[in-house]
Each structure stands twice: as structure tokens, then as C-alpha cells.
Ligand binder design. Structure first.
Ligand code: SAM
Length: 201
């Protein structure tokens, strides 16, 4: 049985009891080093994730009869490994236990409602800046190639420098920081972050 659990943005306290129980019952835990390290007491096998996703799919397919639990950051189906696992094995073979996405967590910390929000990503993909300018409320997961600074520069270049960027950095960690800045004022690089872009504060 293959289970994918949402880890939430960082702390185990943000995982659901169902997700924690699935981890406890696992024969093998699969995840990034940062995620695996959080389960110090887990006594089963650990399998560290690397960039070789096709290799991971082959390895999972070979684990017949074992309870394999894949740890996914935030929610597995929001720009996470869940999509690839469902595409590969089919939803009948994959149990997904949802998690709190970093975007949901940032909205909770700031009181930004998620009604009518456009959920998107700059993580490993090109941003459609025309669509971004048209959208009144957007949330994005980002990466180091296209983070708040590059997103803000794209907005400024299209005359949208007055938009607000709410940048949630290292969410749910000891070094969490949340910044409210107009696009024209964003100049720094930030550590792991998600961004909400608003017309008005
Ligand atoms: C592959 S995406 C996964 C998104 C995840 N599935 C979710 O629901 O939040 C990875 C991106 O999520 C965001 N992210 C994940 N955890 C975060 C955290 N604790 N603080 C800020 N951003 C985070 C960052 O934009 C990171 O580059």
C-alpha cells in the first residue's frame, strides 16, 4: 500500500493525526532529508528522496506488499509529489492524506482569506506575468530562480509596482518571518518562501 502524507509547512504539530498514524504504521518512510529527520523514533527503513523521480517510481513499484509512506511538504497535491504518484500508480493504489499547504499557513498567520484566490507556482516554471497582473489575489510557491524579487520586478515592469507582496519565509520554523512590501520595494533575496500578491492591503 502506498500512502502519501502531507507534512504541513514544517512542524509535526501541523500534521493531522491520520498522517502521523500512517507514518507510525509504515514499513518504509520515503522523503527528503529535512522531512525524514523529523521522525527520530521511526524504526523502519528510510529511503531518502533525490532528484531521480523516475528511479523513485521504479523503486516504489518494486515494494510490493510493504507499507510505503511518502512524506510530502505542505499538501501533497499542491505542487507536490502527489500528482506524479497518482499519475504513475492510479488513485486506486495511492492513499493521499492531505496536509496544510504553506500558502494556507501564511493566510492563517496574516488573516488573508483564500476566497477567489489564484493558486499557482513559480517553482521550476515560467510565470505568466500578464495573468498575474490581471489577478486580484494570487498565492504562489516559489523557488530560488524566481522568488519574491523576480516576481516583484516582473510586476514593476508591467506598471504594477503598487501591488502588495506578502512574503512568508521559513514558515512554521524558528526563523519564520513575514514581510508586507509593495512590489516596488522588494529588493532582497528571501529564504524558502511563499508569496501572496494583493491589489490592496
Ligand atoms: C515543491 S513546492 C511544495 C508546496 C507544498 N506542497 C505546499 O502545499 O505548500 C515547495 C515550495 O513550497 C514552499 N514551502 C514549503 N514549505 C515552506 C515553508 N515552511 N515556508 C515557506 N515556504 C514553504 C516554497 O515555495 C517551496 O519552494
Amino acid at each position: 500500500m502506498l500512502t502519501v502524507v502531507g507534512m504541513g509547512p514544517a512542524s509535526l504539530g501541523l500534521m493531522t493525526p491520520m498522517a502521523l498514524e500512517a507514518v507510525k504504521q509504515a514499513d518504509v518512510l520515503v522523503g527528503g532529508k529535512r522531512h525524514l529527520a523529523q521522525f527520530e523514533d521511526f524504526v523502519g527503513e528510510r529511503h531518502a528522496l533525490d532528484a531521480d523521480i523516475p528511479g523513485l517510481m521504479r523503486w516504489i513499484a518494486a515494494q510490493q506488499g510493504r507499507r510505503v509512506v511518502v512524506l510530502a511538504s505542505g499538501d501533497p497535491l499542491f505542487y507536490g509529489i502527489g500528482k506524479r504518484l497518482v499519475a504513475e500508480f492510479g488513485i486506486a493504489q495511492v492513499r493521499i492524506i492531505p496536509g496544510i499547504s504553506a500558502v494556507q499557513y501564511l493566510c492563517a498567520q496574516t488573516g488573508i482569506d483564500m476566497n477567489d484566490i489564484w493558486l499557482t507556482s513559480s517553482h521550476g516554471r515560467d510565470v505568466d506575468f500578464s495573468a498575474l497582473v490581471r489577478s486580484a489575489k494570487t498565492a504562489m510557491v516559489t523557488d530560488t530562480r524566481c522568488g519574491p524579487r523576480e516576481i516583484a520586478a516582473g510586476l514593476v515592469a508591467r506598471g504594477a509596482g503598487e501591488r502588495w507582496l506578502v512574503i512568508g519565509e521559513n514558515l512554521a520554523m524558528d526563523n519564520e518571518r513575514i514581510h508586507w512590501l509593495k512590489a516596488r520595494d522588494v529588493s532582497e533575496q528571501y529564504e524558502m518562501n511563499v508569496v501572496v500578491i494583493l491589489n490592496e492591503r
